[in-house]
Design a binder for this molecule. Structure first.
Ligand SMILES: NC(=O)c1ccc[n+]([C@@H]2O[C@H](COP(=O)([O-])OP(=O)(O)OC[C@H]3O[C@@H](n4cnc5c(N)ncnc54)[C@H](OP(=O)(O)O)[C@@H]3O)[C@@H](O)[C@H]2O)c1
Length: 355
């Protein structure tokens, strides 16, 4: 059997915890080796790279950058293309546009000896859209080689639609309206903080923002056409994104039924908390290096049902946790198509029922 090598490109907000998770659960996930691409040799990032290497991940970079890394005491083992060539699955975690550029420049060359390539939320049209437990049934072996894990907020929005509307029938949703109240930037980031709440534009005439558009396209992989519309705004906080949802459904429902649905889904957490800092803090204390891997954390006190068919509420987005879970799930799907569901259960301690 060939060695299972997973290669992560990027060590940012998504890449760094992903490399760590893959290393920590390597055995349970049936992965022989984890390698990663670090793009820039920075002394400010040296501690993080050393820590990842001490957990078993192998450093790679562009050949012309080897000297720069060696000069700061970090020894890359493979150059960019060698690392991709050795990999069974490549997970691109770079910012907007780079995933597409990497696909054209490198990934397409290694299609024949790689099981699959994965990119993140910003790489629209990189490949088939995917979110764990939403459209696993749309994946086709041998055909889907490029996958785009949808953004963290799209995971949240899609999970709400799935579990409040579609669970009672594929035609049960009349319409879904959403407002993504986004935190400025991650706690790891020092740029792009906003001084005050900032409203967003509706760049998509039909869907509003990319969140509803991406969710609609995600459900389209299941041959569903949904009426979704989202708005987005940014607040001057680093804690968590919050999703406000308003769904109109055909079949009558009530709060008890809704809570029972949430309780039955292992990827949905509920909470009596209403403050983002308290939810964030729970993740810090009980998650994997601060990350909880649920799709969403629904605030129970915020729920309301009007006329038995209009459901409103707020939920918190585990911003990188849900993308991390989907990235690992799709990697395992590439590596172990028949047993990936059971293999990823090693991560179950980080899916919480209650926060
Ligand atoms: N942040 C979140 O909470 C979140 C949640 C879900 C999804 N996502 C998605 O995840 C992706 C990455 O976001 P992020 O927040 O993790 O970004 P980030 O923190 O800015 O990290 C970007 C990483 O990409 C590396 N990089 C930049 N240009 C590169 C290139 N040309 N080739 C290889 N590596 C390169 C950087 O390396 P150097 O530092 O070495 O230069 C850095 O490690 C985006 O698609 C985003 O939409 C983010």
């Amino acid at each position: 059997m060939s060695r299972k090598v997973v290669h992560v490109v990027g060590t940012g907000t998504i890449g760094e915890p992903l490399i760590g998770l893959l290393c920590d659960f390597k055995e349970d996930l049936g992965i022989d080796e984890v390698s990663f691409h670090k793009n820039t040799p920075l002394t400010t990032d040296r501690s993080k790279v050393k820590s990842l290497m001490s957990r078993g991940a192998r450093l790679t970079t562009h050949e012309e950058k080897f000297d720069g890394f060696n000069a700061i005491g970090l020894k890359p083992e493979f150059q960019t293309e060698e690392a991709i060539d050795r990999a069974s699955v490549v997970i691109d975690c770079t910012p907007k546009g780079f995933g597409h550029a990497n696909k054209k420049r490198y990934y397409e060359k290694y299609l024949d000896n790689t099981e699959g390539f994965v990119a993140q939320g910003s790489e629209f049209e990189f490949g088939k859209m995917y979110a764990r437990k939403i459209n696993d049934s749309a994946l086709v072996h041998g055909e889907d080689k490029f996958i785009q894990v949808v953004s963290c907020n799209t995971h949240n929005l899609s999970t709400i639609v799935n579990n409040l509307a579609l669970i009672d029938g594929e035609d049960n949703l009349i319409e879904g309206r959403f407002n993504l109240i986004r935190r400025s930037n991650d706690v790891s980031q020092s740029t792009n903080f906003v001084p005050s709440p900032q409203v967003g534009k509706h760049q998509d005439n039909e869907f509003g923002t990319h969140h509803a558009r991406d969710a609609a396209l995600l459900f389209k992989t299941l041959n569903l056409d949904l009426n979704l519309f989202s708005s987005a705004m940014i607040v001057n906080s680093q804690y968590m994104h919050i999703l406000h949802f308003h769904l109109k459904v055909k079949k009558p429902t009530n709060i008890q039924k809704i809570i029972a649905r949430f309780d039955a889904n292992d990827l949905i957490a509920t909470t009596d908390k209403v403050n983002a800092n308290e939810v964030f803090s729970f993740g810090r204390d009980h998650g994997h290096f601060g990350r909880i891997l649920n799709q969403t954390v629904v605030s129970i006190p915020s729920l309301n049902v009007r006329n038995e068919t209009e459901i409103t509420g707020f939920c918190f987005t585990p911003q990188d946790g849900n993308s991390l879970l989907s990235s690992i799930a799709i990697t395992e799907w590439f590596l172990y198509p028949h047993s990936y569901e059971s293999k990823i259960q090693c991560l179950a301690p980080f899916f919480f029922d209650e926060v």
